[in-house]
Design a protein around this ligand. Structure first.
Ligand SMILES: C[S@@+](CC[C@H](N)C(=O)[O-])C[C@H]1O[C@@H](n2cnc3c(N)ncnc32)[C@H](O)[C@@H]1O
Length: 277
């Protein structure tokens, strides 16, 4: 699926070396344990990201038309003060799952919370789902919208919402709105547009509970992932299954990861997904 759009070249000592959309990027990350491979030239990076206080600083200049071509959609890339560049490639297994899933998603109502630059929203739109894309950051929602345009999906039925995820879900419940497809990729900590605080360890259970209510009686697909240390996929699975009363379907949970050519695995979060038969 990634068609050489992404290669993890090496990682270690809290840094990653990656080739993303043809550009070699070296960046600090607290979650890259172990040592570096002696065979890899870390000096080849065109962009270098370093933690500076609670922000990121970048050395080097990214190409103006830097893009990640996922085949069915395109993501514009750029270095940001959060240390991200606009794509989480470990999610590509889920884009592929959506693309290949045998269920007919056309016309189904989907909600994608913490949707970032829109990769999963665009995967769902490509299958004909009507998606409500929710993220707290206005700039990121504009970026996702631009990605829809670049991907030829500007006229797809996508609603772009700059909202606090939990507040939006509670409001939808009050309005009596329901969804067939539930997607959420919450960060460990976050803030809504009005300063609402998101803390995964405290709020995840309430979110899952509300999402089960939001899709009661019509749930066709659930995709929940997170990157928080201490939350593993078995825990996600048991929390989701205890709230959602799934009927016939297939569910699975697994650790997300990225791998180097040498088969070194970089843990990159956890995931639960379920689809109705
Ligand atoms: C881990 S990223 C999601 C990655 C995305 N699912 C993907 O694969 O491209 C987390 C996103 O959550 C958003 N966010 C943080 N706090 C939020 C909140 N309280 N409500 C809504 N979105 C929030 C951030 O702006 C960020 O875009």
């Amino acid at each position: 699926m990634l068609n050489h759009q992404y290669d993890l070249l090496d990682f270690g000592r809290n840094e990653k070396l990656e080739c993303i959309g043809g550009v070699v990027v070296r960046r600090e990350t607290p979650s890259a344990p172990g040592g570096k491979a002696s065979s890899v030239d870390w000096g080849q990076a065109r962009l270098r990201g370093k933690v500076a206080g609670d922000k990121y600083s970048w050395d080097g200049i990214a190409p103006a038309d830097w893009r990640f071509d996922a085949g069915d959609f395109q993501l514009q890339l750029k270095p940001t003060p959060s240390g991200q560049v606009g794509v989480f490639p470990e999610q590509s297994v889920n884009w592929e799952w959506i693309k290949r899933c045998p269920a007919d998603l056309a016309g189904l109502k989907a909600i994608n919370l913490f949707g970032y630059t829109g990769a999963t929203t665009l995967s769902l739109a490509n299958r004909g789902a009507q998606v409500v894309h929710v993220d707290a950051a206005k700039s990121v929602v504009s970026w996702a919208r631009a990605n829809a345009q670049t991907s030829g999906l500007a006229d797809s039925p996508i609603r772009w919402m700059v909202e606090d995820a939990l507040t939006f879900v509670r409001r939808e419940l009050k309005r009596g709105n329901k969804y067939d497809i539930i997607v959420a990729d919450p960060p460990s900590f976050g803030r809504g547009p009005k300063g609402e605080r998101w803390k995964l360890q405290r709020d995840l259970f309430h979110l899952i509970e509300s999402l089960s209510e939001l899709s009661r009686g019509r749930c066709k697909m659930v995709l929940l992932s997170c990157h928080t240390p201490g939350v593993d996929h078995r825990q996600l699975k048991s929390e989701v299954e205890s709230q959602f009363h799934f009927e016939a379907g297939t569910g699975e949970s697994f650790a997300l990861e990225l791998r180097t050519k040498e088969n070194k695995s970089l843990p990159s979060g956890n995931c639960f997904r379920w689809v109705a038969d």
